[in-house]
Design a protein around this ligand. Structure first.
Ligand code: THR
Length: 657
């Protein structure tokens, strides 16, 4: 039974106070310590179990050291740089000659050998001078020491291998039983772009069973890779020569996209959103005013026309929606004003970062901007969260969602747009960002940040989620520079979390564009903008849908809903008739009345994943029935009209299956 607390006496080694092999470290306050450390006083510490979240982190960190130990044993000239824990595993970067898959197996074998030897892992403290001597042959470590160590620091030693590290680690290499090296990549050294390091990725788990499950999931994820499914179902075209990072949709892909847009139109419509259209290109004047130019310029596609005017292709839709909002005056009764648009945006990403539909350079957001009063935040956020829940439950069925509240880091006010109050003259300025803020009235630099607007908005976001019974985690420092935000993630069929929706409160652009309304006392007040996307973008959403359903999309989204096959040429006429009835009922149906056998046709259409294969022979023709095979391979015969009703109902309800 895991316990929460262990009492240790002054001078006692933690290891000696704990009699449980599953405990690999201890936690004292918010600090983690090795089991070999000695208590400085009588105290209570928390045991860290190998199979806990903290334990897994320590295990993977130790596995990264094990990897570096094995690499330097086999390739003595290799210079280790850094080896952090990452999501689902760890990596280590080495300055060394490129290695092969065969080398990877050898490294893994060497790691196993070191594990079998159960080498103790020891922590030692050295002065900066001593550290510089210990690592004198490794310029990467020297740089880290020079940049980070003041006075002294710890190293960890296991046998002949020593690494600069703060720890903690498992007590000995024998603890790292279930691990696997996954891949080799090349990583650019961040201080010298001409230097390519060899990055080795791996993972480790507390037991073999969890490792096996993870590796099976990884295999399944490869099978479900949306780029593979896109090719099989003929959904999109990626042409790296003509349009690098700009996906194009084929007729099949456009069907899915249009269905998603149609559904979002429906959700928007019933929640008071009205569709607008904005152009893809604006003059740079708008981008300067919105702040995009200052923040987004390196990611924008910009051009100058012969008349000297400069333009930018939109990286976001907000300025366009703002330009529409700003066309007239508003009273407090007119708000909220809600504009939505499937708005295509263009963001330059380095070529190494572009791939498939998850990282394109052009994508279409199911974007929306609403212009509201401060007192409307709770109500509007609740409506938006309701839209998020409805959308994901409709599209995915029963799906786990996680909500993050990203809030300001008050320790770093310089990162955000804030109001400041001058301590000398009492003047208040709004929406400034940076350090050393100057009072525009008395030029004093004695300015106090005023967090009240942020606090108010953040509290409204909390209230909205609390009142809906939504549990969420707060992330200080993750807010947008213009306001707090809620991000929604879903857990897919393989247990992976994907961030989809974003709901952002913004006080900044209303200031930049002078967006106001007249309040009930006839005074002008600033509006608040909420930026939101429910799917996120159509591209990313489609990728996630394809991977979640392994391409077997619910019928309403499937490009080919029915595929009609006659048993023989004698039934071809009836098959065409059945196909026409389906088409007439609005079903996306295709008939294959060619000479191939039924089994060959079924095999040929397999990768396109039609919802139903409708096989008709003499018996069906005589009875005016259809024999329908679903994706699970089960067949059933229905009257023609009966089947039409069933499939129409399934599509209309957007059933998940
Ligand atoms: N401008 C916002 C963004 O791109 C959307 O409105 C959600 O993140």
């Amino acid at each position: 039974m895991p316990i929460n607390e262990i009492r240790v006496q002054k001078g006692q080694r933690y290891r000696d106070a704990i009699n449980d092999k599953k405990v690999i470290a201890v936690k004292k306050g918010d600090k983690f310590l090795d089991l070999d450390e000695i208590a400085g006083e009588d105290e209570a510490v928390q045991p860290v179990y190998l199979d806990s979240e903290d334990g897994l982190y320590i295990l993977r960190h130790s596995a990264a050291h094990l990897l570096a130990n094995a690499v330097t044993n086999l390739f003595p000239e290799a210079l280790p740089n850094t080896g952090p824990v990452v999501e689902n595993g760890f990596y280590y970067d080495f300055d060394m000659k490129p290695i092969t898959e065969e080398d990877l197996s050898k490294i893994e074998e060497e790691m196993k050998r070191i594990v079998k030897e159960n080498v103790p892992i020891r922590r030692m403290i050295y002065s900066k001078d001593e550290l510089l001597k210990i690592f004198s042959k490794n310029p990467y470590k020297i740089r880290i020491i020079n940049e980070n160590v003041e006075g002294k620091s710890s190293v960890y030693q296991q046998g002949n291998f020593v690494d600069l590290c703060l720890g903690p680690h498992v007590p000995s290499t024998g603890y790292i039983k279930a691990f696997k090296l996954l891949s080799i990549a090349s990583a650019v050294y961040k201080y010298d772009e001409s230097k390519n390091l060899v990055r080795i990725y791996g993972t480790a788990f507390p037991d073999e069973k969890s490792l096996r499950r993870y590796l099976e999931n990884l295999e399944e994820a490869k099978k479900r890779d949306h780029r593979k499914i896109i090719a099989e179902m003929d959904l999109a075209v990626f042409n790296s020569e003509w349009a690098p990072g700009f996906p194009m949709y084929t007729p099949n892909g456009q069907i899915i996209r249009k269905e998603l847009i149609k559904y979002m139109d429906y959700v928007n419509g019933k929640n008071g959103w009205t569709d607008v259209w904005t152009p893809h290109v604006f003059k740079d004047t708008i981008w300067k005013q919105s702040g995009h130019y200052a923040k987004y310029k390196p990611n924008m596609y910009l051009f100058v026309l012969p008349d000297g005017d400069s333009y930018g292709i939109k990286p976001m839709n907000c300025p366009g929606h703002i330009a529409i909002f700003a066309r007239r005056k508003y009273s407090y009764r007119d708000l909220p004003v809600k504009y939505s648009e499937p708005g295509t945006v263009y963001r330059y990403e380095k070529s190494g970062e572009v791939g498939g539909l998850t990282r394109p350079r052009a994508f279409t957001q199911d974007d929306g901007h609403e212009f509201i009063r401060m007192d409307q935040i709770v109500g509007e956020i609740k409506t938006l969260l309701g839209m998020v829940r409805e959308t994901f439950t409709t599209v995915f069925g029963n799906i786990e969602m996680a909500f993050d509240l990203s809030v300001i880091d008050k320790e770093h006010p310089e990162n955000y747009l804030l109001s400041y109050v001058c301590k000398d003259c009492g003047n208040r300025v709004e929406g400034l960002r940076g350090t050393d803020i100057e009072c525009p009235v008395c030029h004093s630099h004695n300015m106090d940040p005023d967090f009240s607007t942020w606090d108010n908005a953040t509290e409204q976001l909390r209230q909205a989620m609390d009142s809906m019974g939504i549990t969420y985690k707060e992330y200080p420092g993750e807010a947008a520079f213009y306001g707090p935000k809620i991000d929604v993630h879903v857990k897919d069929a393989l247990g992976r979390m994907w961030q989809l929706s974003t709901i952002q409160v913004d006080f900044f652009m209303p200031i930049n564009f002078g967006l106001t309304y007249t309040n009930s006392e006839g005074k002008e007040e600033r509006v608040v903008i909420i930026h939101r996307a429910i799917y996120g973008s159509y591209e990313r959403f489609m990728a996630i849908l394809l991977e979640h359903f392994a391409g077997k999309l619910p019928t309403w989204l499937t490009p080919i809903q029915t595929y009609v096959i006659p048993v023989g040429t004698a039934n071809a006429e009836y098959a065409r008739k059945v196909n026409k009835s389906l088409l007439d009922a609005g079903i996306r149906s295709v008939v294959d009345d060619g000479p191939d056998t039924v089994s060959k046709k079924i095999k040929m259409i397999h990768d396109q994943r039609p919802s139903y294969i409708v096989v008709v022979g003499a018996k069906e023709e005589q009875d005016n029935t259809v024999t329908v095979r679903n994706r699970a391979g089960k067949s059933k015969t229905y009257g023609m009209n009966e089947f039409l009703e069933i499939i129409k109902n399934e599509i209309e309800k957007r059933s998940v299956g």
